[in-house]
Each structure stands twice: as structure tokens, then as C-alpha cells.
Design a protein around this ligand. Structure first.
Ligand code: PNW
Length: 620
């Protein structure tokens, strides 16, 4: 808008909007250019029209959806924001000592395509990820999962790594095409079943409880060829696949997850095209209802698998079946601004899947916002499909716990002309992945939100972790920092907010194929040397650190004496030294090592941990 132009005062006007400086309210009026620019934004460029040259561009005022009235902002997020957003940094970062429940589950996580390799071994069929990674241009450095960490052939090494961390459970996924090469029950690949049976037996022998994900994104290519998740016959295919796994592996498994992160499947796979099957919605002649249809079918397929278990296997196997949704925590940039509240509320996507399963049907907020966007986009009805009353009933309650993947918090605002906008707080520490900042405080808030929004279910955190890229440094102080701070927030949620958290799973056991960015971003507790033909695994410093938290079942108060379980000093000496380059990382590293050396001297009664550039204060 027109504004104060330095020594030219108000005489020079750069604005898309004219401001009336005579009127005390300073009303703004869009100039023609505002409409023109809005149209460029709306079309994301210039749509070619033959007569443009002669008639000019047709100008219409930009469409904007009306914000939700305050009363319709669902209460659960409000409860959390009202309690936490005004928190002083002091309270937010206060270190909390204490323990988790006695049978708390401590684990690490992996997924089939990211670690198994053996893509054409043991009778396995092709998956959409095999095809996607073999299509040039899809994956950084042309990486593939053909060999990955070769976990298919290195089961003993993986079990040894798990033992070293001293986990009580291990989350892995089954590759659907390894069991059913063409996706259907026409042919069941016994070698595939045997592999997973052997893995389960080895885990049980090591006293590690398995948690098995049925679908971590590697759909049999043969099913994609007939429409994949878009074709509703897949619901039956998935149910049959689940039935076979429950029947054959169920006697050895107590914890199941049907789907990993349906949101990522819908959006990265079927809108952005950065994940398999690689559908970039804007480039295809596809209906833009696609992500909603895909999600609709996934929700139904989940429910059918849960019912199969409930009807046929629960009585004899007595396990728990659920779904894992991923969620960032959304923080309003300015908690005192209604628009920012609404912006933050509107970006919650876990409810897309969790609401039908935990509360019944899509939420009113979801229905309303998809309808609004659909109408604004010129459609006559909502893109969101509807469940029939019978379907709502059949889906509602198909869970035995809440599976949550969480990585970070984002800050949101609503600016008049740009709509809902994501902001990055520059004080948040970065990681090896552009989308991941270290924001431990958000996890406590998210857990409290889930408690209120979804009826206080038992929650298992099925993924949480951080990456690095660039040169290898086994002294991963940033990961120790991450786990200490995030897990401490989980402890606060459990002890102070009464959230029913029953387990925590670190992502990931090994440095593995990080999807579209290949092997460049490393989330592992163990470094995998890719130049060694044997793909040897070496523990990073975070292994013994995480292992200490597990042995202590939380954070024992140093004031109550020395604790046998705490062994964080016995970290391996780094052998691969070159430090990450670049000023920023070095600075970050030095802050983290500084905070780390302090954190080992656990003598103060109340300890305030730094998150970033602030100073450590010790109170005794
Ligand atoms: C999860 N994001 O995916 C997956 O379940 C894992 O397989 C993956 O390796 C891990 O997180 C780390 O990325 C995500 O862009 C992928 O916000 C992307 C996002 C979040 C989770």
C-alpha cells in the first residue's frame, strides 16, 4: 500500500492500494494493479488467451474465503493455545525431572523400502517406489532403494544395533509386494512371509516387541496400474492383505499400524508428485478431487483392516491395531490476533484422518473449509466426498491407540492479501532437512491437543527424530539435544498434563533412503557407511545417550543421588572427523556442544536448558 517514502514523504506512492491519509481510519482502496496482480497470483502466471493483446486482461476482484467466526474455532486447539502460547520462555524451557510409566514402550522405527534393499530378491514384486526411483529426475543423486541398507540380508546386524540401543520395541513395515507380488491374493509369496517370521522370531528372542506397519508407502506397482488408491477396489485388496498378515504373523505381533502418514501419501504422492506414484496434479488432466478420494479410500481401507482383526483375530491374538498420522504443531504467530488463531487452526491436517476414526465423520471444520475452497474455485459442490451414515458408523472407533509421527512446529499468520502464510522463527535451530526445525515445546502442546480433541486415547509416538546432511560426524550433538529436549516435553505432557502417552519411537534406527532426497539427509542413530560394500553400521553418539534415557525410563533428578542408569558420557569417540562446514553450522555446533557439556553435569535442582542463543541459568 502507499506508505511513507523516506525523504519523499507521502508524495511517492508505490502501493497496489491507495491509502486515504486524510481519513483518520486510513481506508485502503485497491488500484487496478492490485486486481491485475491478484489475477497473476491466482493463475500462478499468465494464461494464454488469443485476444489478450487487443482486449487487455479481464479483471475481476480476487476471491477470498471468509474467515471462520470465532465461535466456530474448535475448542481443543484453543485450550492449548490459551494455556501455552503466553508461556514465558522460562516455563517453556524448564527442564523436568521424572519417570514415565513402568511399562512405557521405548523404540526405534524404520520402514521396508527405506532399509530392506533386495528389490528383486526372494520373489518380491515391484512397488511404486521401485518404479519411481528408477525414473530419472525423481530422486536426488539418482539414489534408489535397490540395496538401501540391505536389511533383508543383514538381519543380524540390525538386531545387534537394536540391542545396543536397548529398545523395548522395534517398529518396521512389511513390503506388500514382498508378500503379494501383484498385490492380490492370487499368489502368496512364502519366501516373503518367512523373512518377516524370521525377523519377528529374532526380535522376540532379543526381548524386543515388534510393532508392524502394514503400509509404509510401497504399493505393489500392479495395483497402481489399475488406479492405486484412487480405485476403490483397493479397499478390498488392502483388507485381504491385512488378513494374510494377521493370520500368518499375528501370533507373534501385539502392535499393528495399518497406514503410515496418509496425509503424505495424499499430498506428496498425489498433488505435488514428489513421492510415488508421482502424480503432479497441476500437470495432469486429473480432477483436483484426487487427494480427497485417495484419502477417503485409505480411511475406509484402514477401517476394514481393523474390523478383520477385531472379528477374526482379536480374541486369540489380543493385540492393538491403529493408524499413524503425522502432524506438525501449529502456533499462531500472534496469539492475540483472531486471524492468526484461525490460520493456525486451519492448517491442522491430522483431523482429516483422525476425526472420522476417533470421533466419527469428517469434522465440521474440514467440511466447511473444503466446501468454501471448492466453491471459490468455481465448483458447484465440495471436493470432499461424503461418508454414508453406515460408513460413518463402521469407521468410527476403529482404533486401539493413537499413532503419532511428529517432527516440528510451524508458526502461522493470516495476512489480508496473501491468506494463510507460514512463517519461520529465526531463533529455531535448523536440521539437515529444510522442513524440520528443532521446536521441542510444540510436542507437549500437540499431545495435549490430541488428548482433548480425540477423547484422551492412549498415544504411541511412532516417529520423532532429526536429520543431518553434509560431512559425516559421529558426534551428533544436535541429535542428542533433539532427543533430550523432545522427550523431556513428552514427560511434561505425561506428568503435568495427564496425557496418556504409552510409548515413544525414535526415527530412525539407520541412516536410510530418505525418499526423494535419497541418502543425502540422515536420520539414523546409526551411521551406514555407503562406501563400504558391507554397508557397516556405526553407532553415533546419540545411541548411548538415547539408551540412557531408556534405561532410566526418563530423567532422574540428580539431586536424588547418582543414577546407575545414566551413562551419557560413554559416547564413542568420533572417528570420522571432518566437521560440517559453513559458519552457521559451526556456530550451531558450538552452542550445542556447550549446552551438552553442561547438561552432563546434572547437579542443579531446577535446570533451565537453552534452546538457542540464550544463556544457561542454574538455580539451586
Ligand atoms: C516421515 N514433511 O515422513 C516418514 O514416515 C519417514 O518414512 C521419513 O523418513 C521421516 O518422516 C523423515 O522424513 C515425512 O515434509 C516426510 O513435513 C515429510 C514430512 C514429514 C514426514
Amino acid at each position: 500500500m502507499d506508505g511513507f517514502e523516506g525523504n519523499k514523504g507521502y508524495s511517492e506512492r508505490f502501493g497496489l492500494h491507495q491509502v486515504d491519509f486524510v481519513d483518520g481510519n486510513r481506508p485502503r482502496t485497491p488500484k487496478q494493479s492490485a486486481y491485475f496482480f491478484a489475477q497473476i497470483i491466482e493463475q500462478n502466471g499468465f494464461v494464454s488467451r488469443k485476444q489478450d493483446h487487443f482486449e487487455g486482461v479481464k479483471i475481476s476482484p480476487p476471491r477470498r474465503s471468509t474467515p471462520l467466526p470465532p465461535s466456530e474455532v474448535p475448542s481443543a486447539s484453543k485450550v492449548v493455545w490459551e494455556k501455552f502460547t503466553p508461556q514465558k520462555k522460562f516455563d517453556r524451557q524448564m527442564y523436568h525431572y521424572g519417570n514415565f510409566s513402568q511399562n512405557f514402550l521405548w523404540g526405534v522405527s524404520s520402514s521396508a523400502y527405506q532399509i530392506e534393499g533386495a528389490w528383486r530378491q526372494g520373489g518380491k514384486g515391484l512397488s511404486i517406489w521401485d518404479k519411481f526411483t528408477h525414473t530419472p529426475g525423481n530422486i536426488l543423486q539418482h539414489d534408489t532403494g535397490d540395496i538401501a541398507c540391505n536389511s533383508y540380508n543383514k538381519m543380524e546386524d540390525d538386531i545387534a544395533a537394536l540391542k545396543k540401543v536397548k529398545v523395548s520395541h522395534y517398529r518396521f513395515s512389511v513390503s506388500w509386494p514382498r508378500i503379494l507380488p501383484d498385490g492380490t491374493t492370487e499368489y502368496i509369496n512364502q519366501a516373503g512371509l518367512n523373512y518377516y517370521k524370521k525377523l519377528l522370531d529374532s526380535l522376540i528372542a532379543a526381548n524386543i516387541q515388534p510393532q508392524v506397519t502394514l503400509y509404509h508407502w510401497d504399493l505393489p506397482q500392479a495395483l497402481q496400474d489399475v488406479g492405486g488408491w484412487e480405485n476403490e477396489t483397493i479397499i478390498e485388496r488392502f483388507r485381504d492383505y491385512a488378513d494374510i498378515l494377521f493370520e500368518n504373523l499375528g501370533p507373534k505381533v501385539q502392535l499393528w499400524i495399518t497406514f503410515n502418514e496418509p496425509f503424505i501419501i495424499a499430498i506428496l504422492g498425489h498433488v505435488q508428485g514428489t513421492h510415488a506414484p508421482g502424480i503432479l496434479l497441476s500437470m495432469h488432466d486429473r480432477p483436483d478431487t484426487l487427494p480427497y478420494i485417495v484419502s477417503h479410500n485409505i480411511i475406509k481401507a484402514h477401517a476394514e483392516a481393523w474390523h478383520v482383526y477385531n472379528d477374526k483375530y482379536r480374541a486369540s491374538q489380543n493385540g492393538m491395531v491403529s493408524i499413524t498420522v503425522n502432524a506438525d504443531w501449529a502456533e499462531p504467530r500472534n496469539p492475540y490476533k483472531q486471524e492468526d488463531y484461525d490460520a493456525a487452526r486451519s492448517v491442522f491436517y491430522l483431523g482429516w484422518y483422525a476425526h472420522p476414526i476417533f470421533n466419527g465423520d469428517y469434522s465440521p471444520l474440514m467440511k466447511r473449509s473444503v466446501l468454501e475452497q471448492s466453491l471459490a474455485g468455481g465448483l458447484t459442490k465440495s471436493r470432499l466426498p461424503e461418508f454414508t451414515p453406515e460408513e460413518i458408523k463402521r469407521i468410527n472407533g476403529t482404533y486401539d491407540y493413537f499413532g503419532l509421527n511428529h517432527y516440528c512446529t510451524k508458526s502461522w499468520t493470516n495476512s489480508c492479501y496473501r491468506g494463510v502464510v507460514l512463517l519461520r522463527d529465526r531463533t529455531w535451530l535448523e536440521s539437515g532437512s529444510h522442513w524440520l526445525t528443532m521446536t521441542p515445546f510444540g510436542l507437549r502442546r500437540l499431545l495435549k491437543f490430541i488428548k482433548h480433541e480425540f477423547g484422551n486415547p492412549p498415544i504411541i509416538i511412532t516417529e520423532n527424530g532429526v536429520s543431518e546432511n553434509g560431512p559425516v560426524d559421529l558426534n551428533d550433538v544436535h541429535r542428542k539435544y533433539f532427543y533430550e529436549k523432545y522427550i523431556n516435553q513428552v514427560l511434561k505432557a505425561y506428568l503435568l498434563d495427564d496425557v496418556n502417552v504409552i510409548g515413544y519411537t525414535a526415527w530412525s534406527l539407520l541412516d536410510n533412503l530418505e525418499w526423494a532426497v535419497g541418502y543425502t539427509e540422515r536420520f539414523g542413530l546409526f551411521y551406514v557407511n555407503r562406501s563400504d560394500p558391507d554397508l557397516s553400521r556405526t553407532p553415533k553418539a546419540s545411541v548411548s545417550f538415547y539408551s540412557s534415557i531408556i534405561s532410566c525410563n526418563g530423567f532422574p533428578d540428580p539431586a536424588s543421588g547418582t543414577h546407575e542408569c545414566w551413562n551419557s558420557t560413554s559416547t564413542p569417540t568420533p572417528t570420522l572427523t571432518p566437521k560440517p562446514e559453513g559458519k552457521k553450522i559451526n556456530f550451531l555446533q558450538s552452542i550445542l556442544s556447550f549446552s551438552d557439556s553442561w547438561s552432563d553435569q546434572r547437579f542443579s535442582k531446577i535446570k533451565i536448558q537453552i534452546e538457542t542463543y540464550t544463556t544457561l541459568i542454574h538455580l539451586t
